[in-house]
Design a protein around this ligand. Structure first.
Ligand code: DX5
Ligand code: ZN
Length: 228
């Protein structure tokens, strides 16, 4: 089977590193800077040690941007919250394979709720975790740091996982979105894009930069150059 056309490079700023006191302005600034998606990190203090936001914040973000909202659920029993996040305006919903024993059912529930279904994988989870649901999700989110906090270092071993996932998708003719999340900066973006990732999440590399527009452009350029 011929490999499907790879999806376009997309830059998804993670609000985790934004100034929450000025969240609406930060979202508008990310959109004006050329971002493609807005990445929202949802943490429950159980699956990950940190606590962040719920559907209420997604609803607030929805009001100030037209960009797709990419909700990354780092929570136990994610199936309980699929509907509320979809209703709040999330366009994509990622659930972690490690806490979704009935992944197939949860992915169907995300689609039924009107969002694009995605599976997230921890650094220690292999690509085979999505083998039997690859046709049921539109994206695989490869965590390239341990989930929970921004500003960590990229874990090199994850590049090979991206490569294997892209090969799995190509072998089935699937135009799968592959998202990488954690430690993505201009100096790590190239290798993951060359391996087959097309969605680059970046928190500190964008919201920690003095100029969001050049930060987004630098990431995109690095990815496009590596793709060749
Ligand atoms: C971490 C989150 C990431 C985080 C990435 O658990 O899923 O989205 O914001 O932050 P950086 O880009 O700073 O590594
Ligand atoms: Zn994330």
């Amino acid at each position: 089977m011929l490999p499907a056309m790879p999806p376009p490079i997309r830059i998804a700023p993670s609000l985790l590193s934004a100034d929450f006191g000025r969240l609406a302005d930060e979202v508008r600034a990310a959109e004006a800077a050329g971002a493609d998606w807005i990445h929202v990190d949802v943490m429950d203090g159980r699956f990950v040690p940190n606590l962040t936001v719920g559907p209420l914040v997604v609803e607030a973000v929805r009001k100030v941007t037209r960009l797709p909202i990419d909700a990354h659920l780092m929570i136990v029993e994610p199936e309980r919250y699929v509907e509320p996040f979809a209703r709040a305006g999330a366009d994509l919903i990622s659930v972690h394979a490690e806490v979704s024993p009935h992944l197939h059912r949860t992915l169907q529930a995300i689609r039924a709720a009107g969002a694009r279904p995605a599976v997230a994988l921890d650094p220690s989870t292999g690509p085979e975790a999505v083998e039997w649901v690859l046709g049921d999700c539109e994206m695989v989110l490869v965590m390239t740091v341990n989930p929970g906090f921004g500003g960590q270092r990229y874990i090199e071993a994850c590049t090979e996982k991206v490569r294997r996932l892209r090969a799995m998708a190509d072998a089935r003719g699937l135009a799968l979105e592959i998202e990488v999340d954690g430690g993505i900066r201009p100096d790590t973006a190239g290798a993951v894009a060359a391996a087959g990732a097309n969605v680059l999440v970046a928190g500190t590399a964008i919201f920690g930069a003095p100029d969001y527009r050049s930060a987004v452009a630098e990431l995109r350029d690095a990815a496009l150059r590596a793709r060749g």
